[in-house]
Design a protein around this ligand. Structure first.
Ligand code: NAD
Length: 476
């Protein structure tokens, strides 16, 4: 089969492997210059009903398709994404705003995730085996999955859900964020070449589409990634039909820097892991606790490094910080920046937002704000970082754990025992030592407390797309 190459100019819903149009359309905005992006479908209840109907039909056969065949289809799909990587990366920068190199990385991760997830083994556990009976636990596909995706990582987060759903034998309907529908529609269009009709579908729409999906009685599971507020609404809606839910929600990740670190060696890592994707990543460093013995030198060097991060359009060479993704996020950030004055915070870098054609915000660092300030308590999802002093280990652990979020956290020290002692006491779904935001398709990730429910990726994530079935097998 020749590898299909996509056009990235016209965008359609994918229902039952057909490119379909809707009565009304809408368009996203290129956040770097406020220019309109191409038209995208606005799906109605009728479009959703058709997609669910197709998915239910597809599920009957796909769930019985041998797993080796499902894996082979996924591998071919991953290769086709690689062939079209350039178009995906450019489209991602156009719709999301992130620099082209970061878009290319995200698209590359999509193929890696498909291959990594489809290499996992869905277990079958023998619980007891005696002469007269056997008890086994096996994992069966659930049915139709609704994959609700946010605007910060539309390619990787959609693909993670698609790969898990489809590999486990389900049908999946992708719902992109209205801010970033384009790559997700093209991912589903590409999927038509590799999967039977109804297995992978994508509907774009306005704000009414998400609730239609969570309410739909023909959908069995929702995998949702987005904000805590929306996560609560999703769960409440899913309760009506007792849908299974996985929720990947917001975070406010602390990083604890001990006084024995090699400052020069870690500054670039800390800087990058605080401002990647203009800090619009759920697991970026959002609260930086630096030991008081090194605080002044660390802050000075961090400011010097962050100043070198070039801000601009994602298509320009060497840009590291693109615009924030949308006007809502830009306005929310402006409002948070007002708290610099109202909370009387000390600015180490940046601190103001200029109006321009795009939603650009220069990286900002706040010097030792009080714990109760908004900038410490809230997830900014924008390039502003509070840096706080600490001296007592128990106290800093308490502060790191004090919020209702618990997505990621990190500890940085040359003393591995000290670092792991602190790490073991952190209340978050992922903890890193001397690193932050490492992710892999075979490693589960998810949040404690209000940062989520369940995990994605790894065998545990994959089993979230399966029902558990216990079989009692009497031999006579
Ligand atoms: P959001 O909650 O506004 O939207 C996420 C998705 O949900 C979008 O597709 C949106 O259209 C849809 N949606 C909105 N209202 C809905 C409803 N009532 N029912 C069903 N669907 C609905 O989030 P966002 O602004 O797109 O993303 C930013 C947030 O996502 C941040 O808080 C960030 O930390 C979080 N996030 C978490 C992870 C993670 O894995 N934990 C990853 C990325 C982003």
């Amino acid at each position: 089969m020749t590898t299909p190459s996509l056009d990235f100019f016209s965008f359609h819903n994918i229902i039952n492997n057909e490119l379909t149009s809707t009565a009304t359309t809408r368009h996203g905005i290129n956040p770097a210059n406020s220019q309109p992006n191409p038209d995208a479908p606005v799906s109605s209840q009728e479009d959703l009903d058709r997609a669910v109907q197709a998915a239910r039909v597809a599920f009957k056969k796909w769930s019985k398709t041998p797993i080796a065949e499902r894996r082979a289809a996924l591998h071919a799909y991953a290769s086709a994404i690689e062939v079209n990587a350039d178009g995906f990366a450019k489209t991602l920068t156009m719709e999301q705003g992130k620099p082209l190199a970061q878009s290319a990385t995200e698209v590359g991760m999509a193929s890696t995730w498909i291959r990594g997830i489809s290499a996992l083994v869905i277990p079958q556990n023998v619980i007891e085996e005696t002469e007269d009976r056997k008890i086994i636990q096996r994992f069966t596909p659930m049915g139709v999955v609704g994959a609700i995706v946010p605007w910060n990582f539309p390619v990787l987060l959609a693909i993670g859900k698609v790969a898990q759903a489809v590999y486990a034998g389900n049908a999946v309907i992708i719902k992109p964020s209205p801010f970033t529908p384009y790559c997700d529609l093209k991912l589903a269009e590409l999927a038509t070449h590799f999967f039977p009709p109804g297995v992978v579908q994508c509907l774009s729409g306005d704000d009414s589409l998400g609730p239609m999906i969570t309410e739909h009685p023909g959908i069995d599971k929702i995998s949702f990634t987005g904000s805590i507020l929306t996560g609560r609404r999703v769960m409440a809606s899913c309760a009506k039909t007792l849908k299974r839910v996985t929720l990947e929600l917001g975070g406010n990740d602390p990083a604890i820097i001990c006084d024995d670190v090699d400052i020069d060696a870690i500054i670039p890592k800390i800087g990058i892991l605080s401002y990647l994707c203009s800090s619009q990543i759920c697991m970026m460093i959002k609260r930086l606790y630096v030991h008081e013995n090194i605080y002044d030198a660390f802050l000075e060097k961090l400011v010097a490094f962050v100043k070198t991060l070039k801000v601009g359009e994602g298509t320009e060479a060497d840009v590291f910080v693109g615009p924030v993704q949308n006007k809502m996020q830009f306005d929310k950030t402006k409002e948070l920046f007002n708290s610099i004055t109202t909370d009387r915070l000390k600015i180490a870098l940046g601190g103001s937002i200029q109006d321009s054609a795009g939603y650009f915000i220069h990286p900002t660092i706040i010097d030792n704000p009080p714990e109760n300030s908004r900038i410490v308590q809230e997830e900014p999802f924008a390039p502003i970082l509070p840096v706080m002093k600490w001296s007592d280990e128990d106290d800093v652990i308490g502060k790191a754990n004090a919020l209702e979020t618990g997505l990621g956290a990190s500890v940085w020290s040359k003393d591995f025992e000290r670092a792991t002692r602190i790490a073991d006491q952190l209340e978050s779904g992922v903890v890193w030592v001397n690193s932050h935001f490492d992710v892999a398709p075979n490693a589960p990730f998810g949040g404690h407390k209000q940062s989520g429910m369940g995990v994605e990726w790894g065998v545990t994530g994959l089993l979230g797309y399966c029902n558990s079935q216990t079989q009692w097998l009497k031999k006579f």
